[in-house]
Design a protein around this ligand. Structure first.
Ligand code: ZN
Length: 269
């Protein structure tokens, strides 16, 4: 049994932010958000009437191999409590506009659990989430343009994440992400995408950090229908299975690293 947690930023789809999150927003955003978020919500609902993460959750739930927990930024502890992460084998993570609002201590909880063995599958715009950047040590910057045709090439056909996936798949509408993608050299570049503007992108990459495995996968813009595509769902499923822990580190203690103020307060064992 693989315990999967899907963490989703959710605010764009919800169309509002909680007062706690609003207080943490940069000043120039506060006025704009009330107009802008409801418009976003409508656009996402058009592509995903049941919610952006729902078709992925439904797909994974069909497989008795997985249990799926849904959580989001608006929940207590930003949906990333130690208790939840302690009970997660693989964390799927989708974030976008409020990446900087997630407090460092929540981001470092994810880092700590990945280093201890939890699998991490950041999707699409999570390339600039704090957990992604803190785990990999780079900025995650890239080129982008909304609304493009995309061909996702299977670049490592022997890799377990490509099981059941053809030589290439085509997405009639997906956001263009292009090189240079500021990441450390991947252990494996599993997929490379080509866009109609001629750009190319390392769209499926793996790393290990500590005991944990990381699979970044690019498709999944919130207004493109990629999470309805059976191949995209299969790739994420394969990625979850690949990222599931082989073994867990028994203790998180590291004398030189305090991950969060909470960790500093926690009694040493
Ligand atoms: Zn996007």
């Amino acid at each position: 049994m693989i315990r999967v947690t899907i963490w989703y930023e959710y605010v764009q789809e919800a169309g509002y932010v909680t007062p706690e999150l609003e207080a943490a927003l940069p000043e120039e955003w506060k006025a704009r958000m009330h107009e802008w978020l409801p418009q976003n919500s409508e656009r996402i609902r058009r592509a995903y009437p049941n919610g952006l993460m729902e078709s992925l959750a439904k797909y994974l739930r069909k497989n008795p191999e997985f249990t799926v927990t849904m959580t989001n930024l608006m929940m207590p502890d930003y949906g990333l409590s130690d208790e939840l992460l302690d009970n997660t084998d693989v964390l799927i993570y989708w974030s976008h506009v409020l990446q900087t609002v997630l407090p460092d201590e929540a981001a470092y909880r994810v880092v700590k659990h990945v280093q201890a063995g939890m699998g991490f599958v950041p999707l699409h715009s999570a390339h600039q989430s704090k957990p992604f950047m803190y785990l990999l040590g780079t900025t995650g910057t890239l080129r982008w343009r909304e609304g493009d045709f995309c061909r996702v090439w299977t670049a490592a056909p022997g890799h377990p994440i490509t099981e059941g996936i053809p030589e290439y798949i085509e997405l009639s509408e997906e956001e263009m992400y292009g090189e240079p993608f500021d990441i450390p050299k991947p252990d494996d570049t599993v997929f490379i995408s080509w866009f109609s503007g001629g750009e190319v992108f390392r769209s499926g990459c793996t790393w290990t950090r500590g005991y944990g495995r990381i699979f970044y996968f690019q498709p999944g813009h919130e207004t493109s229908p990629s999470y309805h595509n059976p191949y995209i769902l299969r790739i994420i499923e394969n990625g979850v299975r690949w990222a599931a822990p082989v073994r867990m580190r028994e203790s998180f203690e590291c004398p030189h690293i305090v991950y969060s103020p909470e960790d500093a307060r926690r009694p040493k064992n």
